[in-house]
Design a protein around this ligand. Sequence first.
Ligand code: BMA
Length: 385
Amino acid sequence: MMLLIACTPPSPMATVPATQRGGPIDPHATAETRALFYNLRDLARRHVLFGHQDDLAYGYHWVAEPGRSDVRESSGSYPAVYGWEVSGLETSAPTNIDGVDFERMRGWIAEGYRRGGVITISWHVGNPLTGRNAWDTTSAVAAVLPGGARHEQFRGSLDRLAVFLGSLHGPGRSTGSAPTPIPVIFRPWHEMTGGWFWWGVPHTKNDEFARLWRFTVQYLRDVKGLHNLLYAYAPNASGPGGVDTYLAGYPGDAWVDVLGYDRYLNERTSPEALAGLTRELSWVVTRAESRGKIPAFTETGQNALRDSTWWTGQLARAIEGDSVSRRIAYVMVWRNANRASRTDDHYFAPYRGQPSEQDFRRLKADPLFLFEDALPDLYRLGATR
Ligand code: BMA
């Protein structure tokens, strides 16, 4: 007896496998949001969900045509993850930075969710000091923090964002299909380790970035009462090791659900660079798993897919490079800008007839990758077991 008392009791954490540790950072997350968190974390050990930005809103040859999706038309299925962008909400604009109407976006988000897909949202919010866009790097983080000159204005921006995020509803699993808030993986302040956005860590002092992150979470969750959000921290590749500055803006484990990573590839990515990406993904997976978080490859792509075997020759090769890197929960490629909307090509998924279409179908046939047609019910707890 004495001996037992003298021994340090085993920490409860030490006996619980990392996969069962923790939960969403929001203790009041809705049942569907909790289910999404645990299911994604569990599924990541066996599968990688495929995602596409703006998939239902437009494609290379079309804009806002019901039912259309370049990913479905080239692979046979809608993507498993739908990315959306909400810059413009902060100023009550009717459309986002890429001309997507917010009312229609709400409908597309509900449509993807009803089919069982995962919704993730980014926010290229304009510079609050200058009123110019997100790429205006005039230092502004201090100004939006409590006590800063633009703090009230920033709260107003978050208020408008919160109205939209709280207005997304779809059939619940916990409610016998009565409408519940749609779970969203919110990915604010992304690519903060780069210098191209005003919120980038290089434009901040001390822990300003981490304070911005924590304020954002606290405000949306505790002040606005949104409980349908998981929060994704998504630095970009930086430094020779790719992940050298990964944690530079990290707000702490209590503030993040998804450890993401953004990195693009070009058509001449060397085998060494692909091996580097494998190491970077493994690094992210290892950190996420030890913290009980969800690892994800939150943004990637090869602009205009000039390499017709990019999907298996580069993307899958890097992700499947070792037994750890393949344990990311999802990979998302960026948008297929409509060709009439720009002078240059800017697309990252194939459309029907695009030269990489056949190779994309090979990726779809790889059992590691899941598209929407093979998803378990991610919003029902335990559905992935
Ligand atoms: C960028 C580009 C821009 C776009 C922005 C927000 O990477 O695709 O054209 O405006 O994302 O979606």
